[in-house]
Structure formats: structure tokens, C-alpha cells
Design a protein around this ligand. Sequence first.
Ligand code: NI
Ligand code: MN
Length: 251
Amino acid sequence: MSLLKGTRITWLGHATVLIQTARGTNILIDPFIAQNPKYPRDFVLPETIHYILLTHGHGDHISDAVPVARKHGSTVVAIYELAAYVEGKGVAKTIGMNLGGTVQLEEVAVTMVDAKHSSGAQDEVGTHYVGVAAGFVLAVAEGPVLYHSGDTAVFGDMKLIRELYEPEVAMLPIGGHFTMGPKEAALAVRLLGSKKVLPLHFGTFPPLQGTPDELAKLIGPGVEIVKWSPGETVSETSEYELTGKSDSLRG
Ligand code: NI
Ligand code: MN
């Protein structure tokens, strides 16, 4: 039984996720690399990253968007103002979109959906308005429907995301403090109806205290909470495939 149908999802720590479809489209969400204390340093990014998706303007989600886009030839996809902001910082190819809209990225239909969070981009000059925070639904043709919520609180309209897109796999923040924690994420999972949950945005810094175990306890059987570590890939062939250094699944 597989929900992923050949799509591979690799967690690179915090909210940074690499999605590789069966047809070979590489999508990186919220690249936070150089300053990310949990980034798996021995992980090698694919030579070409076709698209970078940004959920909002905070540094722990966009700080490596420009260097990665330049090095890996990526088009950056973000809410209109944030796309313009990174273009001003030196990204050659961007797609600006907005809430409720869908863009077709190769065989992946990407829809921008609500999130409840702030969004401002800070640089040496100050804080810039770069639109509102958002999440993404990625519907892979002949593949799964994935949801990356970005930073968010739980909100009632997650039930609209379920009704419209039926995401089978949900990537959700669970750390608390800046986003929802396990209690709120458990309700989010119920509203979304997803069968597989990939927890994000926990353990990176001391205030992000929520854990996958707490979430699993609150949700109970019937939904798989993946207990992964940065550098690990979830794919069709194995629940966890070690691509980086990790001891969590050995022995
Ligand atoms: Ni944030
Ligand atoms: Mn964040």
C-alpha cells in the first residue's frame, strides 16, 4: 500500500523539504540551509532544482532561496509580493501567484492556500511587506496530493482544503511557539483527513518543543505520524530510507 506512487520526500530540517516526483521534477520548499542548525550537512542537493516554493517571508523559510535558485537554476514560486522581493535580491526566474490560485509546474498542480501566520522579510534595511503567509497543495499527476502548510496555527478552513483537494500526505509544523503545537496539529489532521503526516518545524531551536510522539498519542491509530530525522527520505519502497547520516533507525 503506497500513498506516494513514486514520489520521494526528503526532510532537510526545520520546514525545508525536497520533493522529487517519479517523472523527475524536483521541488524544494522553504530553503533554510546555511543557518539551519539541523540541516543534514552531508546531503547533496540534486543538480537541478526546477522550482523553489516559499510559504512566507521569514528568514527561516527563505534565507537560502537566492543562492539555491542561482546555483540550481530554479524558478521561485511565491505570493506576488514575496516573488517580487526575491527577484529584487537576484533571482532570475519567479512566478508570483496568490491565495486560491493554481499554477502548473510540469506535472504538478500547485495551489496556494491559506495559512494563519505573519510574513515580513527582514534584511539589513528593515522589515519589508511581502504579502501574507500561505501554504501549498501539490497535486502530482498520477501521484499523490501533498500539503505543506507553511507556518500556521490550526484554522477551521482546513476543512475546505480537505473538501477541495483531499491531501493524502500533510506536512505540518508541530513545534509550537511560532506555529501550532501537537494539540493544535492533531485537530488540523482531523480537519484535513490526511492519512500520513510528516511533522516539521520542531526541534530546530529550544523553544520548538512539540514532538511527533506527542502528536501520535493525541491522534491515535489510523493515521501514520512519520517519526523522521533531517536527511531522511520517505518514499514508496521504504518508509524511511537513509540518505544522510542518522542513527535513529539503526539497531
Ligand atoms: Ni514564520
Ligand atoms: Mn518558521
